[in-house]
Ligand binder design. Structure first.
Ligand code: NAP
Ligand code: 8YV
Length: 318
């Protein structure tokens, strides 16, 4: 039986399925995960990890017989692809199956922060609506027909654009290279896209190549009437600059699913009503998490059966 190491907790159904097919050891069950890897790393043929747990070069080096990594998620910023590739280790991940839910949540965040949904909910719950003489709840901003800039126009960015069409939004996007055949204009300058947009949705890859792509200059270009939504990675935005811009009202508001030091969220944001804060849940529906779990299992099974992986990360890497 193949021996598989789990880098952390997976969904119970995925863990059960893996345990039926393989001899599974989970770092989540280990009293001292570092000692387990140091003492028994040579036992494992496969590693199951996630976009959050990743797989560092150090961990890969401690698993000398590793042949396959199967990751739960599409983001590869915490998985050292170069280290895996150098060893000839095959890497699977879960693109596409989560496009719908991540795009849905990006739109949900945009509507929430613009129409003050969470803020209005807090207003009702604290009884403020029923207070005699209370000023009426402040007006929100219109989303339908507004200008939407999408930063990153891959699988998920393009899925967001299709949804925004339903809101009759005027759409432009920014990437390093224009997308062939895209129906919307490419804006080569992120600062210019931000200056033009009413709403800026960030959905690039994470990692060193996009670190602090959205900086103070981009935020100032978005300006006091503009809203920022981030469903990519916290690292793509200079979080200190964002907190300052929100506190100073140099941008109108933000909807954030991801943060630079998750699960830590800057406390300064808790006091601001023009921000919606989510705990990295963009792919978090039962249907999508099941589809991701199935792809994790299928990638691993395909490798051990000698078949091509349904979703291989290395074929796509530059
Ligand atoms: P994808 O298809 O690979 O698209 C990535 C996009 O980012 C491409 O359009 C790429 O275009 C662009 N990009 C990369 N570097 C850039 C740069 N320096 N400047 C501007 N654009 C850049 O990936 P996807 O499937 O859409 O997923 C995107 C990301 O979403 C994932 O990597 C992950 O981090 C994040 N995500 C988050 C959640 C969540 O729960 N919040 C869930 C799923 C995914 P160019 O290469 O032409 O620049
Ligand atoms: C998940 C993600 O929340 O796919 C990604 O890159 O960030 C999310 O879908 C994550 O993979 C759960 O571990």
């Amino acid at each position: 039986m193949k021996r598989v190491l789990l880098a952390g907790r997976m969904t119970p159904a995925l863990e059960a399925r893996l345990r039926e097919a393989y001899e599974v050891t989970s770092l989540a069950d280990a009293a001292d995960p570092a000692s387990l890897v140091a003492a028994h790393g040579a036992r494992f043929d496969g590693l199951v990890t996630s976009a959050v747990y990743g797989a560092s070069a150090e961990l890969i080096a401690q698993l000398p017989n590793l042949k396959v990594i199967s990751s739960f998620g599409v983001g590869l910023d915490r998985l050292d692809l170069a280290a895996a590739q150098a060893r000839g280790i095959v890497v699977g991940y879960t693109p596409d199956v989560l496009n719908d839910c991540v795009a849905d949540l990006a739109i949900a965040l945009m509507l929430d922060v613009a129409r003050r949904v969470s803020e209005a909910d807090r207003f009702v719950r604290r009884g403020a609506w029923a207070v005699p003489g209370q000023a009426s709840f402040p007006l929100g901003r219109k989303v339908s027909g507004a200008k939407l800039g999408i930063v990153g126009f891959g699988r998920i960015g393009q899925t967001i654009a299709k949804r925004a069409l339903g809101f009759e939004m005027d759409i432009r996007y920014h990437t390093r290279r224009p997308v062939a055949g895209a129906a919307w204009p490419h804006e080569p300058s992120l600062v210019e896209l931000a200056r033009w947009a009413d709403y800026l949705i960030v959905i690039t890859a994470g990692g060193a190549g996009t670190r602090h792509l959205v900086n103070a200059e981009v935020l100032d270009a978005l300006g006091p009437e503009g809203f920022l939504i981030n469903v990519a990675r916290g690292s793509v935005i200079d979080e200190q600059a964002l907190v300052q811009a929100l506190a100073d009202k140099r941008i109108a508001g933000a909807g954030l699913d991801v943060f630079e030091r998750e699960p830590r969220v800057p406390e300064a944001l808790f006091a601001l009503d023009n921000v919606v804060l989510l705990p990295h849940v963009a792919s978090g529906t039962r249907e999508t998490r099941q589809a991701m779990a199935d792809r994790v299992f299928d990638n691993l099974a395909a490798f051990f059966d000698g078949r091509p992986l349904p979703s291989s990360a290395l074929q796509e890497s530059p």
